[in-house]
Design a protein around this ligand. Structure first.
Ligand SMILES: [Zn+2]
Length: 317
């Protein structure tokens, strides 16, 4: 372990882009399997950190979802997550959950949300960290998933819920249906975030900015091909949630060296660093910072700037 690594590990950090369902340690899944008297998942449950394609990744993600059916399971999800963040000195997290997907899988949504909230509250108390929630919507499920998500926020008020996020495959014409629910979310005082420019190009990022007016963009690396769009992100002060291992593992970039993080940073785009789905990509937030130093020549001062950005662009700021 290098001195840089140890220093970053010890530093108080924030993380703004991490999916709860993609952050489940194998030990949590094994604990739930034991409770349900299911066969114990082995070390190959998370097969490797590189996926052939997005569908291959989705298959593993769905394997994780299958274990979470009861309030007790979602309690464990929240509690173990808070511990996982605390171990890395991540003192503030905005973590996302896809409640509509869980409901579509037949779960009792009240049990899902209350179990998770109670688990997070207990974890916050025991481990001294703060976790806020973002409800993520799969764009493949259409606008009705977004309206259903806003209904959950109304019907099951949980004070740690601070925003909504649009995720899933970025296909053409998949933005416009979400304009009205995003507007409504802002009226409700919620933060709005959208994954864009992960697999798509600058057009998609531009439309996302025009139509959804998000306060942060998940990934956004597709913006690079259009200099005027990069300038717009700088002028409008819209940060990109960057997740390097995720982009490499899912082939959003052709190689690690091809990742545009250095270029975006040098052009003045505000960036935050994140793990996205750390269990599936077998990474940690400290790993991500170390990659910036090792492969992209980020100085200590530049690293501190990114660490600070994650607090500055959080909902709580
Ligand atoms: Zn994501």
């Amino acid at each position: 372990m290098t001195d840089d690594f140890k220093e970053i590990e010890k530093m108080e950090k924030a993380e703004l882009h991490i999916h709860l369902e993609g952050a489940v340690n194998l030990a949590t899944i094994q604990k739930i399997a034991r409770r349900k008297k299911m066969p114990r998942p082995g070390d190959d449950f998370y097969p490797n950190s590189h996926y052939q394609n997005f569908e291959d990744f989705t298959r593993v993600f769905e394997n994780v979802l299958a274990y979470f059916t009861s309030e007790a399971d979602f309690f464990d999800l929240g509690y173990d997550f808070a511990e996982h963040q605390a171990k890395q000195n991540i003192v503030y997290t905005e973590a996302s959950l896809m409640p509509h997907v869980h409901e579509m899988m037949g779960r009792d949504i009240k049990a899902v949300l209350e179990g998770l909230d109670k688990g997070l509250a207990a974890g916050e108390k025991d481990f001294g960290v703060k976790v806020r929630l973002i409800y993520s919507i799969s764009r493949m499920m259409g606008a009705q998933a977004a309206w259903a998500t806003l209904d959950y926020i109304d019907k099951y008020p949980i004070s740690r819920v601070v925003g909504i996020d649009l995720a899933g495959m970025e296909v053409k014409d998949s933005i416009l249906p979400f304009e009205a629910p995003f507007e409504k979310a802002r009226q409700m005082g919620l933060l709005t975030i959208a994954h864009s420019g992960e697999f798509s190009g600058s057009d998609h990022v531009g439309h996302t900015l025009d139509i959804l007016k998000p306060s942060r963009i998940g990934h956004g690396i597709g913006c690079c091909e259009d200099g005027s769009l990069v300038r717009r992100l700088v002028e409008e002060n819209v940060p990109l949630d960057i997740s390097i291992s995720s982009n490499v593992s899912l082939h959003a970039v052709s190689s690690l060296e091809a990742h545009p993080v250095r270029r975006l940073f040098d052009q003045g785009v505000k960036l935050t660093l994140n793990t996205d789905d750390p269990a599936l990509f077998k990474t940690s937030l400290t790993d991500q910072y170390e990659m910036l130093m090792t492969y992209f020549s980020f100085s200590r001062k530049e690293i501190l700037q990114l660490v600070r950005n994650a607090f500055v662009f959080s909902f709580n700021h």
